[in-house]
Ligand binder design. Sequence first.
Ligand code: HEM
Length: 408
Amino acid sequence: MMLDSSRPTVDFNPSAPGYTEDPYPVYARLREAPIRYWAEGHSWLASRYHDVQAILRDGRFTTDSRAWALASSLGSSSSPEIEELNRHGLFSLPDRDHARVRKLVSPTLTPRAVERLRPEIQRIVDERLDAAAGKGVIDVVHDFAEHIPVRVIGSMLNIPPELDASFHRFADSAVKQLFLMLLSAEERERVFAGIREGMAMIHEVIEARRKRPIEGDTLTALIQAEEQGDRLSKPELASLVTALLVGGSETTVHLIAFTVLNLLKRPEVLAQVKEDPELMKGVVEEVLRFDNFGKLGVFRYAKEDVEIGGARIAKGELVILFLAAALRDEAAHAAPDRFDPRRDAAGSLAFGNGAHYCIGANLARLEAQVAVSSIFRRFPGMTIASPPTFGAHPAIRKMDSFKVHLGA
Ligand code: HEM
C-alpha cells in the first residue's frame, strides 16, 4: 500500500473529555470537510450523509476485516475463537453466502413477525416494572433497560432466563472484539476470555436443542437447516445465533435508556406522547437520529483503490462511517439539530443501508416502543434523579448509570 503524502487529514480524538456525553460539536466540525484521513486511527472518516450512504451502498467496500491491510498488525487475528466467530459471520461471508444465511432468519424479523412477539415483550417489560415498583429511585440502565433485549432474544430462541447474565457478558465481549485495536492489552485478554466462554455456551445451547427440538422454534429451524447440509454450515449456525444475541443486546439497551432520557429532558414532547401514544414510534426514530448512541460508526474496508468524496482511498484501507454525524447533516435532514418526533424518518441511516442493513431493526423499534411507553404509563411522575454517567467503550456512548425518581 502506497501512502499518499498529500492525503487530507483531520484531528480527531474520541477519548477527549466530553466526547461521549456530547459528540455533536465534533461531528459538526467533521462534516465541514468531506472524507478525511485520521492518522492516529489509521483510517478515513466519512461524516457527511451522502458520503456515508454512498459507501454503504458501494460494492467496492466490504465489511470483512480480513480485507484490511493492517489486519495482522492491529487486527483481531489473536484468538482462535474470534477467528471462528468472524470467519463465518455475516460481515465476512461472500455476498451469495451472506444472502443465503440472512434469508434463513429474516422472515422471523419482519414487522409482522415481530408484532407477534409484542405480548411476550410486554410481559418481560412488566416484570421489570413490577420489580421496580416501590423503589423510590431506580437506575434506568441496570434496573430496567439492561434486562429487556437479552431476554427478548432469549425468549425468541427459547433460551432459559438463567443464561441471560452470561449471554449479556458474552455480547459485551463480542461487540468489543470488533474494535480490538482500540483496546488495551488487558481489555483484550478479558475480551478473549469472554468470547471463549460465550462460544462454548452457544455450542452447548445448540447441541442441547439438537437433542430436544421444540416445535415452531427459530433455533430448531436453524438447526434443521444446518442438518440439511447445503443451507447452513455448523460454524455459520453458531455465528448467526451469536450475531442475533450480540446485535440485539447492548444496542437496544441504549436505545431504551436514551429514549427515556430524551423524553425526561423534553416535558413538552412527553405531554404530546401522553395525548397521542402512537407518537412514541416517532420519538424512538427521532432519538436514533438526534441522539444516536453510536460513538464511531460502522467500518468498511476498500477492496480496491477508490476515489470518493475528495479522497483517494487505497485498497485495504479502513473507512469509518459516522452514522450519528450523517444523521445530523442538513443535506438530508431539515433543521437537523431540532428534536422533532413528527419528522419523516425515511432515509434514516440509523440501522445502516444496503446489504448489511440491520436485520433486527423492527424488533429493536418494537422493544423500545413497548419498554418506554410502559415505564411512562406506570410511573407518570418520573423525573431525573441524577444526570446519566458514561463509561469507556470503543463503539458506543456507554451509559453506565442513569437514576430516576419514579415519583410513585
Ligand atoms: C437500537 C438497536 C439497533 C441498532 C441501532 C442497530 C444498528 C445496526 C447497524 C447500523 C447495522 C449495520 C452495520 C453495518 O452496515 O456495518 C446493523 C446490522 C446488524 N444488526 Fe443491528 N441494530 C440494532 C438492533 C439489532 C437487533 C435487535 C438485532 C437482532 C435481532 C440486530 C442484529 C443485527 C445483525 C445480525 C446485523 C448484521 C446484518 C448483516 O451483516 O447482514 N440489531 N445493526
